[in-house]
Design a protein around this ligand. Structure first.
Ligand code: SUG
Length: 442
């Protein structure tokens, strides 16, 4: 194993109840595909092939398990009583929206699981996680306790890791995790600069048509808890225009890696001011390399439709320029395809685009970057985390076998009424946990 400090991508394994339930206001894909048929088996296999792709590039790849669904505790809190079957039946008849939320597989979008600060950046030299409270969307808020349990099971060693409590579950602290955070640096083991992007101030008026999911107070609280140096932090406001165009998270219009920030010119309320603040924060460490995509070349609407920026920006061994791992929708969209062809021909920091099929997730508004939580880890930290979640191709094959034998290949929200499905979901998840040596999470 390499002794270098590396970025490890932990992808959320797509769960057996992946559905198009139309649960996310302001997420156009989720709204557009509401009630269409999903294919959980294909979804999970697409996710696994993305993980395999990174391993074959020589990167370290991790996985986070799906959460227990249906969330029976939530249905009990919502007042349903009796056996599990009674509760599911009654929820389906009287509150189908709650049943959809209870079955949501939205934890697959691991970029929303937590905000992560590597040990190179924190005052105490430990690797910090703050699990996101996800207060804005009901179905996403249900992820929190089980995500905390997964993170503790994987990053439990107190000599290396701190898993904080989520922020208070109030709108003033609304937090969507790493989807609104970018870490920039010269090399992974050196001091970094943290860009925190928020959609609204705690008490700010609601002006746009859709919820701004990240509150400034949340970003500030996470930076404080992680012990980041104040001169190495920038807080930037996401543009209202971007949110209104369907960029419900900043990672739909911006992605960064090392000293490169790839962004749409309308990503921030004040693009020039944000870049100036970032240059100041990077001063003495490295030169920032922004790659700004003009609206005249790719409109916000093209960016949201294709998910150009919801790509993974990867430093691959043996390659001197970064690789953009983009969804195939970028290749199939004329404006973004043309832009990407020009991008790689230019002399900029991005040298290649790889296209990947994560269509099932895309149809719910989740691209390659949504599916992964980035954790920059030293060799000692990799050795201290739970080994079962660090993937080899053999383990991916084993997960693929579980998916092929236990996941359905067709699911509609109406199928959630089938009481047998709850048991199928539980058995599938337990088989996944066995492969990852995480039976303690049963
Ligand atoms: O929170 N979709 C997710 C997509 C999250 C994408 N993540 C990042 N951009 N990092 C969301 O809106 C839709 C579920 C449904 O409608 O069934 C959903 O939750």
């Amino acid at each position: 194993m390499s002794d270098a400090t590396l970025e490890v991508n932990f992808d959320g394994l797509i769960g057996p109840s992946h559905t198009y339930a139309g649960l996310s206001e302001g997420n156009f894909a989720s709204q557009r595909n509401r009630d269409s048929l999903s294919n959980p088996r294909a979804a999970a296999l697409q996710g696994l092939e993305k993980m395999r792709h990174l391993i074959r590039k020589g990167l370290v790849q991790g996985v986070l398990p799906p959460l227990p669904r249906p969330a029976m505790d939530f249905l009990a809190q919502a007042g349903f009583q009796g056996t599990d079957e009674d509760m599911l039946d009654s929820a389906g008849r009287h509150a189908p929206g709650l049943l959809r939320a209870a079955y949501s597989a939205s934890a697959m979008w691991a970029a929303n699981a937590a905000t992560v600060s590597p040990s190179a950046d924190t005052r105490d030299g430990l690797l910090h996680f703050t699990p996101a409270n996800l207060t804005t969307m009901l179905h996403r808020s249900l992820e929190v306790p089980d995500t905390v349990a997964s993170l503790i099971a994987i990053f439990g060693s107190p000599d290396h890791f701190v898993v904080h409590q989520p922020l208070p579950g109030h709108a003033a602290f609304a937090d969507e995790g790493a989807a609104n955070h970018v870490r920039l640096c010269r090399a992974q083991d050196e001091d970094g600069v943290a860009l925190f992007v928020y959609g609204r101030d705690a008490r700010g008026p609601v002006t746009g048509p859709f919820p701004a999911r990240q509150a400034r107070l949340a970003s500030e609280s996470v930076a404080r808890a992680h012990g980041l140096a104040s001169e190495r932090i920038v807080f930037a406001r996401q543009s209202e225009q971007a949110i209104a165009a369907g960029a419900f998270h900043n990672d739909v219009v911006c992605v960064g890696a090392l000293n490169t920030l790839f962004l749409h010119e309308q990503a921030f309320e004040d693009c020039a001011g944000t870049l100036q603040a970032l240059r100041r924060a990077c001063d003495g460490l490295f030169d920032l390399r922004p790659v700004i995509v003009p609206a005249a070349e790719v409109s916000l609407s093209d960016a949201v439709a294709s998910y150009l920026f919801n790509s993974q920006l990867l430093q691959c061994p043996g390659e001197d320029r970064l690789v953009l791992l983009a969804p195939i929708e970028v290749r199939d969209h004329p404006a973004t395809r043309a832009y990407c062809d020009r991008l790689v021909q230019s002399n900029g920091p991005i040298g290649r685009i790889d296209y990947i099929d994560v269509r099932e997730s895309m149809r719910n508004g989740g691209g390659p970057a949504c599916l992964r939580l980035r954790v920059v880890m030293t060799a000692a930290e990799r050795a201290a985390c739970h080994a079962g979640v660090l993937l080899t191709e053999d383990r991916i094959d084993a997960l693929g076998d579980v998916v092929r034998t236990t996941y359905r290949d067709s699911l509609s929200p109406a199928d959630l009424m089938d009481p047998a499905f709850a048991r199928d979901c539980q058995l599938a998840r337990e088989a996944v946990l066995d492969v990852l040596d995480l039976a303690e999470l049963y």
